[in-house]
Design a protein around this ligand. Structure first.
Ligand code: NAD
Length: 361
């Protein structure tokens, strides 16, 4: 059965509201999700597919809208010819056929005619992308072929976070990363890769995950310290690296922070923008998530646009410099880094919109 579409919002051109929200459902496979196209001004809306448990459709759509805006900003700052979008699928409460669900989701993407490109995110894997690819070519994160990048984008994401963390600790602590203690929350695809890279760079590690086996295994491998999940944010560390889910930084939680730098992969770490302002007042450098975790989407762009691995790697390596530019703008304008990054991204999208309007005249 072809999934049913329902347009809830469409044709909005305001940068901060999505262009389109498409509900996707298919009762035969238990597919129940949403594709949010935040902006296509810079190119097709690209952003991963999250497969997660949500209590209500409202929660699911809200998460999708916030994540999609983050993708627009991420792609703009990384200089990619891509807009921003996100898909969020509700994990069915009872038994389901995973292959059938992702095949149906692939049909839903195909119906959008290339306006949205998907890839892996929390809860999805390369196998899910292979199932989606049966129905559409607008999917990345497939196994690599020849010189074309592909596969799990997490190592590139971890690399971009590492490079940004180097910039952040030099800036705030005037110290190399190898002399720092880093507390990592979440040891999934990105958190584990980041932990190994940090260990290789000489940093000391504190690790936490809701799955104790992951923590214990990695702690032994990297000579690191295991920390209970409710103590990782307040751990005695130089850097706190959120690599699990979003919303970890709230007015209440940040009071317990001891680290002077927050830099991690998780999308939407700030509960609200005001929390970012509060962090700046507290003298804590918050590295905007969508600036520092761009490595994965650069890989996705390379795969979809036919770029070589070398070109993708070069762009990932420049992430630390892009973050340094955000810090420069922030210092010049006396803004917190997340405000400076937001301004930069909005300006890039607004200029591209004006350019398009001029071309259409
Ligand atoms: P993942 O699902 O592989 O890993 C998430 C990990 O966090 C899991 O090990 C899970 O057990 C753990 N976790 C969940 N709740 C936790 C909690 N309260 N405390 C501690 N650990 C907890 O996901 P991932 O691909 O590693 O992505 C991690 C984050 O980075 C997500 O927010 C994702 O959106 C973001 N991100 C990922 C990529 C990528 O390339 N994978 C790119 C950009 C951003």
């Amino acid at each position: 059965m072809i999934p049913v579409f329902k347009t809830v919002v469409s044709n909005s051109r305001e940068v901060d509201s999505p262009e389109d929200i498409q509900m996707v459902s298919d009762s035969a496979s238990s597919l129940d999700g949403v594709i949010v196209i935040h902006s296509t001004v810079l190119g097709p809306a690209a952003g991963g597919c999250r497969f997660w448990t949500y209590d209500t459709a409202h929660d699911m759509v809200g998460d999708g809208v916030r994540l999609a805006q983050g993708m627009s900003f991420k792609n703009a700052i990384a200089g990619l010819p891509l807009g921003g979008g996100k898909a969020v699928i509700r994990r069915p409460a009872s038994a389901f056929d995973r292959l059938a669900l992702f095949r149906a989701f692939g049909q839903a993407i195909e119906k959008l005619g290339g306006r949205y490109i998907t890839a892996e995110d929390v809860g999805t894997s390369v196998d899910d992308m292979i199932a989606i690819a049966e129905s559409t070519r607008h999917v990345a994160g497939l196994p690599p072929r020849g010189d074309r990048p592909g596969g799990d984008p997490s190592p590139s994401t971890a690399r971009s976070v590492l490079l940004s963390m180097e910039t952040a600790v030099e800036y705030r602590l005037d110290r190399p990363l190898g002399e720092c203690k880093v507390a990592i929350q979440g040891l999934g695809h990105v958190g584990t890769a980041l932990a190994r890279m940090l260990h290789a760079a000489g940093a000391r590690l504190l690790l936490a995950d809701v799955v104790p086996e992951k923590v214990n295994q990695l702690a032994v491998e990297l000579n690191a310290t295991a920390v209970p999940i409710d103590e990782i944010l307040s751990a005695d560390a130089d850097v706190f690296a959120p690599c699990a889910l979003g919303g970890v930084l709230s007015e209440a939680s940040i009071r317990a922070l001891r680290a002077r730098v927050v830099c991690g992969a998780a999308n939407n770490q700030l509960n609200t923008d005001d929390v970012g302002d509060r962090l700046a007042e507290m003298g804590i450098l918050y590295a905007p998530d969508y600036v520092v975790n761009a490595g994965g989407i650069i890989n996705v762009a390379a795969e979809q646009l036919g770029w070589s691995r070398d070109k993708a790697a070069r762009l990932v390596e420049e992430t630390g410099q892009r973050f340094a530019k955000v810090l420069e703008v922030a210092a010049k304008k006396k803004l917190a880094p997340h405000r400076a990054a937001g301004e930069l991204a909005r300006r890039i999208i607004a200029e591209a919109t004006s350019e398009k309007v001029r071309e259409q005249r």
